[in-house]
Write a new protein. Structure first.
Length: 451
């Protein structure tokens, strides 16, 4: 990284950043209070509120959002007449899944092979630290030249919409000239990238019932309708022979015309086993950024260990559908539910319940804020030109902010490059990425103030 005072300050702050991220990762802040204590999320929220206060933020508050979680807000005043920039991250995390698959405990930050491992290190507690680093670097080098609002969400991973609803009920709170969403990532570590599009999502719980109770498979199997078999048929109907998502009435042939994702690179990033084919058709970028994608997240049925010879009376599944830009998530939900009902065999009783939803997002990459970010990233990543890519994941707040504040410029950056393995076991963050992106964000704020 070329020498400049902001970069030098960020470099000097990296040991503190590691210590803070260690403290933040230690909170088991999964916003599913059936699995993890609410006190863990509250502890993380209070940690962030204290950090904002120590940086001079005013009006710091824990916002009780309609889904029963808390988001953290703070305001740092800048020079009179300055622009306002909103910085976003979230402190809630995905559960660690099978902890035995982790090389080190998921809620302990551990350095290994030049990376920092721990749940939330990249997604998105590292984003909180990135914002703090950027602001500290500016304060040490002439001051923060804009008004800054920070909002750190407490339930982004759950898709329950608490912060979206709160923002709609308090539209004045998050008004800003530009918004930096610190929850995406570079296309590749070391390649500065802004995320131009996000797929939306919907979560649907499917329940299939066929019998009043389980039956002996020897006495009744062959004629008694098996609810688990019916559910399997339904789930199979959501994919074509090549694995493409097939939801009746939902288009699946859109194309991505920007930065491409080479198939071999994708296989390596996704850790696809040798000899196993990728699914779907079109380019990889088409499939992961521009087209719908269904995933069965879980099935409730008897485990193999302890299973009895029974015809199952009921079974259920949780189905996720990623929705590409240009498709309304509410309409996609209706199509998914209708498809499931239409493809349930044998007259089995089926019910569907939507439990989460978020709209897709498309940014205006021609805006002045993007020019300011491109200039900043060129300094933070010498010799690299900023790229625009899509992201298959969803950040529901983006569309809410775009609807509430149509004049705001929304940019997406972050630490979740492919090696980070977010949502999987052994999630990690590159400290080099944290350092460079903190520099880029600081320089962006300075550039944008002058634009």
């Amino acid at each position: 990284m070329s020498s400049n005072p902001v970069a030098e300050t960020v470099a000097s702050l990296m040991p503190r950043a590691k210590a803070e991220l260690t403290e933040l990762v230690a909170f088991k802040s999964v916003a599913d209070f059936d699995q993890y204590p609410r006190s863990e999320s509250e502890g993380a929220a209070n940690w962030i509120a204290d950090a904002l206060r120590s940086e001079g933020f005013q009006d710091v508050a824990l916002l009780d959002t309609p889904d029963g979680t808390q988001s953290v807000y703070g305001f740092l005043p800048g020079p009179e007449g300055a622009k306002t920039v909103l910085l976003y991250a979230h402190y809630d995390v995905q559960p660690p899944l099978d902890e035995s698959a982790w090389a080190t405990p998921p809620f302990e930050l551990v350095e290994r092979d030049g990376r920092w491992y721990g749940r939330g290190s990249a997604d998105c507690k590292g984003g909180v630290v990135m914002h703090l680093l950027a602001l500290r670097a500016l304060k040490a080098n002439g001051g923060v030249p804009v008004h800054v609002k920070v909002i750190v969400e407490g339930s982004e991973e759950q898709g329950t919409g608490g912060l979206e609803r709160y923002a709609e009920e308090h539209p004045e709170l998050l008004t800003a000239d530009a918004v930096v969403i610190g929850d995406s990532g570079n296309f590749r570590a070391g390649l500065p990238t802004v995320t131009a599009t996000l797929r939306g999502m919907t979560l649907v719980r499917v329940q299939v019932d066929t019998l009043e109770g389980n039956l002996h498979s020897g006495q009744f199997g062959g004629a008694a309708p098996d609810a688990l078999a019916a559910l399997i048929r339904v789930l199979d109907s959501l994919r074509d022979e090549d694995g493409s998502t097939t939801v009746d009435g939902l288009a699946g042939d859109s194309a991505w015309d920007g930065l491409q994702y080479e198939e071999q690179a994708f296989r390596k990033d996704a850790k696809v086993l040798d000899g196993v084919e990728l699914i779907g058709s079109g380019t990889v970028a088409d499939r992961v950024w521009a087209r719908p994608a269904v995933t069965v997240l879980g099935i409730d049925c008897p485990p193999v260990v302890g299973a009895t010879p029974s015809v199952q009376a009921g079974a259920r599944a949780l189905v996720s559908l990623r929705v590409p830009p240009g498709v309304d998530a509410a309409q996609a939900t209706k199509l998914l539910q209708a498809h499931i009902e239409a493809h349930t065999p044998w007259g089995a009783r089926v019910t569907t319940e939507q439990i989460g939803q978020g709209q897709a997002f498309r940014a205006d990459t021609s805006s002045p804020a993007y020019a300011s970010m491109a200039e900043a990233m060129a300094v933070a990543y010498p010799g690299q030109e900023m790229q625009s890519a899509g992201m298959g994941g969803s950040i529901p707040l983006c569309n809410t902010l775009a609807a509430l504040y149509p004049e705001s410029e929304i940019l997406l950056i972050g630490l979740s490059e492919p090696e980070a393995q977010i949502h999987a076991a052994n999630e990690s963050v590159s400290p080099d990425e944290l350092e460079r992106l903190s520099v880029a964000e600081a320089l962006f704020l300075r550039n944008y103030a002058a634009s």
